[in-house]
Design a protein around this ligand. Structure first.
Ligand code: SAM
Length: 353
């Protein structure tokens, strides 16, 4: 072993203590989310462990330990005098407000799937085989919906679609839209609610996600205006779409160029291909930051194996960056490609024939 610099080692160990704490707390966040502990505290009223246990139908001894761990993490506040715990308004938003862009509990369900499915990814590293989206644990599908939906609520119909040339007006007056790789349909449902004169189709190759999307659309009262069908990005039916949208899924596909070719064939002459991808710079060194850390991690465990499991297996990765995405669109036969807008987490591209 080479001699380590004691000061640098101390600094690294300090960081690792924080990271181990984050991993441990992650499991406890999933637990609190599943058991409804955060939601039961969302009103901000200070509660004892016994009262929270009673409110949620859990055992007091467990709840007390969970609350202590949450207080140590800074995710609930603790008052020693009354021995009670409470959620600040900000903590309540992060852990109990499903609609807020700052809601984070869903993200930890995605992280949960990475731990649960790690042995499968490990095997894929050795064999070089892929691991399909459908081969992951259910918590990935639910977590993805809960993690992404708040961002779509905040930006999709108010900023992203209006940033595309002429698309908002078309959708207002009545257009035909396909949401490809729609997962649980959060984006499709949101668009259907915002544009009542338009017709929507949601496609995904993962059957259980399509079933879940249908249920969600019924529940949201837009079931009659969206057709959800199981189909891959290369064989979904042509309808002369005014808009084909892909939310955070192009890089998961094995053949994004083939998918792009198919989009071109299914679009109306002046139709638009909207591609929403994770925010990334073109160069690796520029993505070495906290957001890049999350995306490269998810890409290693989920997105790249998904792409490698499909034909062609391009393996774009979740940090492909604009240059590589532009090449995909141009190789697919589109002649115009531009970044319409962005957030710290997403880039929104528009491709036209
Ligand atoms: C990260 S999820 C995004 C889901 C959804 N668009 C959202 O934003 O919540 C990626 C989705 O792409 C789908 N997918 C992957 N490859 C596909 C393909 N070749 N054709 C259709 N869907 C695909 C997966 O089944 C999964 O639902």
């Amino acid at each position: 072993m080479r001699a380590a610099d004691p000061q640098k080692l101390d600094a690294l160990v300090g960081r690792l203590v924080g990271d181990v704490g984050a991993c441990v707390t992650g499991a406890l966040i999933v637990l609190g989310d599943q058991l409804g502990l955060y939601k039961a505290m969302a009103d901000g009223e200070p509660v004892s462990a016994a009262a929270l246990a009673e409110k949620t139908g859990c055992k007091e001894r467990y709840v007390r330990e969970w609350l202590a761990a949450q207080a140590a993490a800074g995710y609930v506040d603790y008052d020693e005098g009354s021995d009670r715990f409470s959620l600040s308004p900000e903590q309540a938003v992060a852990f109990a407000d499903e609609g807020s862009p700052a809601f984070f509990a869903g993200a930890f369900e995605v992280v949960q799937s990475m731990w649960v499915d790690e042995p499968k990814v490990e095997e894929a590293f050795r064999s070089g085989s892929g691991l399909g989206w459908h081969e992951h644990s259910k918590c990935l599908f639910r977590g993805t919906e809960r993690f992404f939906r708040p961002g779509y609520n905040a930006h999709l119909t108010t900023e992203w679609i209006p940033a595309l040339e002429g698309v908002h007006d078309k959708l207002m007056s009545g257009a035909t839209v396909a949401d490809v790789g729609c997962g649980h349909g959060a984006s499709t449902i949101l668009m259907a609610q915002a544009y009542p004169k338009s017709r929507f189709f949601g496609f995904d190759y993962h059957g259980p996600s399509i079933e879940r999307a249908r249920e969600a659309a019924e529940k949201a009262g837009v079931g009659e205006r969206i057709v959800f069908e199981r189909a891959s990005a290369k064989d979904f039916p042509a309808q002369g779409y005014d808009l084909v949208a892909m939310f955070d899924c192009l890089h998961d596909m094995g053949d994004p160029v083939g998918a792009g070719h198919h989009v071109r064939e299914t679009l109306a002459g002046d139709g638009t291909w909207m591609i929403v991808e994770p925010f990334a710079h073109d160069k690796l060194k520029d993505n070495l930051n906290p957001v890049g850390r999350i995306y490269y991690g998810a890409s290693t465990m989920i997105c790249t194996p998904a792409s490698l499991s499909q034909e062609v297996g391009l393996g774009l990765g979740a940090q492909a960056g604009e240059m590589r995405l532009r090449k995909v669109a141009l190789d697919a036969g589109f002649s115009r490609f531009r970044r319409a807008t962005e957030t710290p987490f997403n880039m929104v591209f528009e491709a036209r024939a």
